[in-house]
Write a protein that binds this ligand. Sequence first.
Ligand code: 6PG
Length: 312
Amino acid sequence: MTGGDEARRAIRGSSGRTSGGTSAGGAGPGGGAGEPAGRPGEPAIIVRPDAVSAAAAVAETLTDALEAAAARRGRADLASTGGSTPAAVYRALLAEPLRGRVPWAVLHVWVGDDRFVPRGDPNGNMGPIDRVLLPGVPEMGLAPPPLDPEHLHPWPTDAALAAGRSAAACAAAFEETLRAELAVDATGRPVFDAVLVGIGPDGHVLSVFPGSAAFEAPGWTTWAPAPLHVEPHLERVTLTPRALDATPGLVVAAFGAAKAAIVADLLGPAHAGPDRDERTLPALRARRAGATWVLDAAAAAGLAADDPRRVG
Ligand code: 6PG
């Protein structure tokens, strides 16, 4: 089975849907279509031997979701992530065979969270987009993609900082853009066609850290004070957990031995039930039917080889 076959199975999950849209129901906590409230189900898990092949599987899974959305509604919205994962994923998207399948002309690119810093700051999550995705990688023969610059939607940190506005104001401004651009599901959640997230060693997802007030935030975006327990110690702007719930193409990427313990915990039996504590481990929000967790062998070391959720 190819990564694409696995991804299509994973994206369909238990709901049978293959892509999102204006009427897409989510399968996340809180009761999406086909999932009882409080019983989010289980993700598919793909394990690859190393980080490079795992990044390729992430890219293929995202491409499947974006391609399906473009075919169905003529547009595809991707929310990408920061951290160490995206650069290799972007390289895989820029190379054949995926390059020819990504619906570049109708692709809109967002970032799920960012640090409250100017666009060019090395700590910003636009870095991999600006350094790899947009220019391509000429030394690897990867040309820039035909992505419409108008379809790139960074968090408006530059404008907020220039005007002396707060991270909270920046998050609110971004939410206005999201609401103007994105499809919305029947319960008022944004529908990205694909969302890529990483997970932190403390179980954070996006910039939603353990104990985060983001769980109480009523909207799609919020801000977070600079975390003291993980670097960089910078204020954040981020999607809220509910903004992950309606995407049919939620992909969690975790590579490397340093992720093995938190991956085993997040996907382990202690958090299988509906009473799991997302406020302590926010990445549990992504443990749900319809999501795909893509791991390299090192990150998957704590999972059983015959885990029934494994699709590859
Ligand atoms: C950020 C990210 C964050 C990241 C995880 C995992 O801004 O830091 O959005 O949620 O994805 O910390 O990062 P790695 O993939 O680099 O381990």
